[in-house]
Design a protein around this ligand. Sequence first.
Ligand SMILES: [Zn+2]
Length: 304
Amino acid sequence: MEVALKIDVDTHQGLELGVPRLASMLEREGVAASFYITMGPDNSGRAILRVFRNRGFLSKMFRTKAVSMYGTRTILSGTLLPSRPIALAFPEIIRDLKQRGFELGVHGYDHVRWQDHLDDIGDDGVRKELGDAFEVYRAILGEASRSFAAPGWRTNNAALVALDAMALDYRSDTRGVAPYRCVVEGRVLATPEIPTTLPTLDEVMGRPDLPDDGAVRQFYLGLCKPDALNVHTIHAETEGMGQLDSFTALVRALKERGAKFVQLREVAARLNRAELPVCEVVRTTLPGRAGWISAQGPVRIAFE
Ligand SMILES: [Zn+2]
């Protein structure tokens, strides 16, 4: 069983507090992982408030323990309080991750703008978000990022084409079952897409059939396919903070079952691009998640 931990870092607080805790735990457990960091401002308060407004602010707030998950400062960031930088506030944390052998990639510039307005900002807006994000990454690490993970698993044709032109090693933008290449308006893109295969913790938390951490852990163990690559997206703000103990227990349970932890760059390096299935990227919804996400569509051509 192979497990790739894809760690999305969406907020200032997630990078400051969640990332170092996760990195220490993963190192202690001898587990490889890949971090994807939001390079621009933390406007996450806007996104969090929007979700709660949509679903009934107070009940959701109490049910998901949002304040303890995100912290009051994050919820207010970009709303009542000014937005704070994410990557640029903690370049030393990012360099330290690289030093310790973790994989790093870009998780967008303004996470909220991308997630909420991807289709409104136009092709130029999309290219600007990408350009800014990759520029900050290069400024911090002195080299180009070789990968991209879309904020909120949302992409569109402009983003896919612009990213393909950057000749990255891979993208991890979508939800799906196995690595593939995207077809956009009849053209097969070169860059492999390595989709997230498992649901995220915030999608399953609060489900009545998963009343406690043990039930959630068994649920994930049951979903991991023994003969396949399982890509699990976790969040610095969640598994790195309030849910760290529960996530550590999951990592240990996976190790006991013989799971091999791999970084997505290792997966990308061994892919034979010509043999990957070619799929359209479709939009769908997921239980427990607000709004649409991009997903691996039906296979268009099995082999070129
Ligand atoms: Zn994210």
